[in-house]
Design a protein around this ligand. Structure first.
Ligand code: NAD
Ligand code: TYD
Length: 351
């Protein structure tokens, strides 16, 4: 094997797409997926590659420093792609501490372990930290986040990710650890946990349940198909410049309500329902505390320097996504039959 790579959070939404791409594209890399299998981790997401000869799964928690040190000692990783995180803003509002321990302390445990095994030389080593555009805070009606936009995180989730970004840069500045970072906009696509807007809405439309829209539905997100994010991660891991940050986004802004209306039209057609049926499920609910108004990424740098562009138009991406959820009913049913029900009750009925 040419390299041994650690991917953290590979049983989650984005991590599973990154893993699949790497396992297929790089047969000469040994790829280790480290995941604690929290409520958001699901090995079904990577069932299709589990028997690949260059793939190995390790169950473990990035919060456990001695376990992480041992893992790095055993595998002597050449590169790390760090995606494991607590990732849902609403959960960070009700339980901030798990975001602090996983997103901040967990990241520092990985940085320390990489530093320890790479003491002799940093040559051909890389720690790649995958982050979010939410660290930049909230935009008004105009403007875009660029790589030099000041950090201004507003939720416990984005503050914990901002903190981890700062620590990764501090390890580069202080110890010379080779790093790259990317900050990406909202992802959508297959295998996303149905606490996030798009899969939650698809599931509710299908089951004729109310579609909860926070506030007036005027908040804006910039949506990117997850496979295009995975392609960007591949490019940055192999061609990104040490110490640099790249913003990744879809140039695809939607207000939440326009997005849901668009999805309702598609779902009416696919489920053979009368026009307007799904839209009648739209229900305005109490707004999220501290709800960021607008995110929008300027991805000129990654486009100009690394030649990355999204491959899918949104219309095609959302059709593919809806088709996947409709074809993978069992995947969704298994998730929504467990603890999900308790989460859903607390999140939406209590309001
Ligand atoms: P996800 O919640 O779907 O998956 C997270 C994965 O991390 C899960 O498999 C979970 O089991 C694992 N994990 C959580 N805590 C862990 C721990 N303590 N130890 C080991 N594993 C643990 O998240 P996602 O949406 O796939 O996001 C992946 C990364 O991308 C995160 O770092 C997130 O901040 C970032 N990101 C997400 C988006 C998005 O739209 N989803 C956008 C930009 C950046
Ligand atoms: P989400 O998918 O949670 O991603 P993020 O908060 O990281 O952007 O939410 C996307 C947008 O949809 C955000 O503005 C909050 C809103 N939203 C709702 O209106 N209703 C919901 O039930 C959820 C989960 C989100």
């Amino acid at each position: 094997m040419k390299k041994t790579i650690l991917i953290t959070g590979g049983a989650g939404f984005i991590g599973s797409h990154v893993l699949r791409l790497f396992v297929h594209k790089y047969p000469n890399y040994k790829i280790v997926n480290l995941d604690a299998l929290t409520y958001a981790g699901n090995l079904e997401n990577v069932a299709d590659i589990e028997k690949a000869p260059n793939y190995e799964f390790v169950k473990g928690d990035i919060r456990d420093a001695s376990f992480i040190d041992q893992l790095f000692e055993t595998y002597k990783f050449d590169g790390v792609l760090h995606l494991a995180a607590e990732s849902h803003v609403d959960r960070s509002i009700s339980d901030p501490m798990s975001f602090i321990t996983t997103n901040i302390i967990g990241t520092v445990n990985l940085l320390n372990a990489a530093r320890k095994i790479w003491t002799e030389s940093f040559e051909n080593k890389l720690f790649y930290h995958i982050s979010t555009d939410e660290v930049y805070g909230s935009l008004g009606d105009t403007g875009f986040f660029v790589e030099t936009t000041s950090y201004d995180p507003k939720s416990p989730y984005s503050a914990s990710k901002a903190s981890s970004d700062h620590l990764v840069r501090a390890y580069s500045h202080t110890y010379g650890l080779p790093i790259v970072l990317t900050n990406c906009s909202n992802n959508y696509g297959p295998n996303q946990f149905p606490e996030k807007l798009i899969p939650l809405a698809i599931n509710n439309m299908k089951n004729n349940k109310p579609i909860p829209i926070y506030g007036k539905g005027e908040n804006i997100r910039d949506w990117l198909y997850v496979v295009d994010h995975a392609r960007a991660i591949d490019l940055v891991f192999h061609q990104g410049v040490n110490g640099e940050t790249y913003n990744i986004g879809g140039h695809n802004e939607w207000t939440n309500i326009d997005l849901i209306r668009k999805m309702c039209e598609i779902m009416d057609r696919k489920l053979d329902r009368d026009a307007g049926s799904c839209a009648s499920l739209i229900t305005y609910v109490k707004d999220r505390a501290g709800h960021d108004l607008r995110y929008a990424i300027d991805s000129t740098k990654i486009k100009d320097e690394l030649g990355w562009l999204p491959s899918l138009q949104f219309e095609e991406g959302i059709e593919k996504t809806i088709d996947w959820y409709l074809a993978n009913e069992e995947w969704m049913n298994r998730i929504v039959s467990g603890d999900y029900e308790n989460y859903y009750k607390q999140q939406y009925v209590k309001r």
